[in-house]
Write a protein that binds this ligand. Structure first.
Ligand SMILES: C[S@@+](CC[C@H](N)C(=O)[O-])C[C@H]1O[C@@H](n2cnc3c(N)ncnc32)[C@H](O)[C@@H]1O
Length: 434
């Protein structure tokens, strides 16, 4: 493909993404399958341009006064890559597979200075998200915003067992694995070139799972131990279920529940692969189906439905679609779910609340409200739980200091790509009074 034809394809894919709810990665894969003339270098160049536009979408659509795929690509070429208008004219010839020539409006937008853009546009994030980042991170907000949208996030694996042999095996296959700094069972692979984890024998044998280090930590910090009765209340596809079972070392009982049956069904093959067992339960809309567990659980983990803003570096196409009113709805839903789930905790038992969001509305505000309405749940300091075999000793020290900065009582942990180099995660820990 010519460079111009690649630009035309990137613009078309951006238009497809605007209408679609599917992840950009899948849409790009489908496009590659349906357009066999595109070689691997073409597909790579097209994907790079698509992701560059998605990450800077707010800024580019402001500069071009349009969020059409073509406008975003033109804006990226000129404002981000520094391609001159004369060079763009050479590419946008309208001949063969090249994009049509520049219109007068487009030319005027490209010629207009980009300087009057408001400060928040720099980050590529919606304005209300920038406000929230400022409230949490102060002057560091832009650094956090950039890390949140940084391309090529590494792929983390959780190893069910000793990670050293896996690291050696991956090195023999030509990969460049690193042990993760916090999780003692984590292995980090660079995103480039993209590792085909599902083809690895260790994946098929159930020894490894793809799981960001932040998500591993959320599972480990919940405090599951052998012999406990544990409820993974919003189990979804089971990422944390498996981490909890790993901490339980095959002793005790785990109940994984969710309102979505299809999600719960996804846990089954993962359990089978890892040779583990759990009781899977579909909940009714108001939490029906757990009556027998009221006041019975040693530990309840609520990995609540959330905006997913903590994983925007992996799915930048979702960032600009998030609306403030959706965040308000999620806060209400999280509050209701946390209340329902807390009833399952036995006196003296543990409760952990987690999200993969960076927004205080879904994190601190939900935790504040729960604490105000449930004074019989007392905060449990992260420092009390980090010294476990699942967390490295150096990682434990760092987590203690992050928790201390997150809240003076030290029971909340805010992880982010900018501070812990993980996805964005929030964890808040409690113990029910005996
Ligand atoms: C963040 S996801 C869970 C991810 C999962 N724990 C993991 O580690 O892979 C949140 C889950 O909450 C579920 N959910 C939504 N509303 C719920 C409700 N009212 N009660 C329980 N679960 C709910 C969603 O179906 C979704 O699977």
């Amino acid at each position: 493909m010519t460079p111009a034809a690649r630009l035309q394809s990137a613009a078309e894919i951006l238009d497809l993404l605007k209408k679609s709810r599917r992840p950009a990665e899948e849409v790009l894969k489908d496009w590659g399958r349906n357009n066999r003339y595109a070689g691997s270098k073409d597909r790579r160049a097209i994907a790079d341009k698509v992701y560059q536009c998605l990450r800077a979408r707010e800024r580019l659509s402001f500069a071009m006064d349009s969020d059409a795929g073509r406008s975003l690509v033109l804006g990226a070429l000129h404002f981000l890559d520094g391609v001159s208008i004369a060079e763009i004219d050479d590419l946008y010839t309208g001949e063969g597979y090249a994009p049509p020539k520049l219109s007068e409006t487009e030319r005027n937008r490209l010629e207009a200075p980009d300087g009057e853009a408001p400060e928040w546009l720099e980050s590529g994030l919606p304005e209300f998200v920038v406000e929230r980042l400022k409230s949490v991170y102060g002057d560091n907000w832009l650094k956090e915003a950039e890390a949140l949208m940084l391309p090529r996030a590494p792929i983390d694996l959780r190893v069910n067992g000793d990670r050293a042999p896996l690291i050696a095996g991956l090195e023999m296959l030509g990969y460049k694995p690193e042990p993760t700094p916090f999780s003692a069972f984590g292995v980090r692979l660079p995103a480039d070139p993209p590792p085909n984890v599902r083809a690895l024998p260790a994946f098929r044998q159930g020894t490894i799972e793809i799981q960001d280090e932040g998500s591993q930590l959320a599972g480990f910090l919940a405090g599951a131990r052998p012999g406990m009765t544990v409820v993974d209340y919003c189990a979804g596809g089971g990422g944390k279920t498996l981490a909890l079972l790993q901490a339980m070392q095959g002793e005790g009982r785990l109940i994984a529940s969710d309102v979505e049956k299809t999600r719960l069904n996804n846990i089954k093959p993962r359990l089978t692969r890892a040779g583990l067992e759990a009781d899977l339960r579909q909940l009714g809309p108001d939490g029906e189906g757990m009556e027998d567990l009221e006041g019975q659980a040693d530990l309840v983990l609520v990995d609540a439905p959330c905006s997913g803003s903590g994983v925007w570096r992996r799915r930048p196409e979702t960032a600009h679609k998030l609306e403030e009113k959706e965040v308000a709805r999620l806060h209400e839903l999280q509050t209701a779910i946390l209340h329902r789930a807390s009833r399952l905790v036995k006196p003296g038992g543990l409760l952990a609340y987690a999200t993969c969001s960076i927004l205080p509305d879904e994190n601190e505000r939900t935790a504040d409200r729960f604490e105000a309405d449930h004074p019989w749940f007392t905060p449990r300091a992260v420092a009390e739980v980090v010294d476990t075999p699942s967390i490295t000793p150096e990682g434990a020290q760092t987590l203690k200091s992050i928790a201390h900065k997150s809240d003076s009582r030290g029971h909340r942990l805010r992880l982010s790509p900018g501070t812990s180099h993980t996805d964005g995660f929030f964890v808040s820990l409690y113990r029910r009074e005996p």
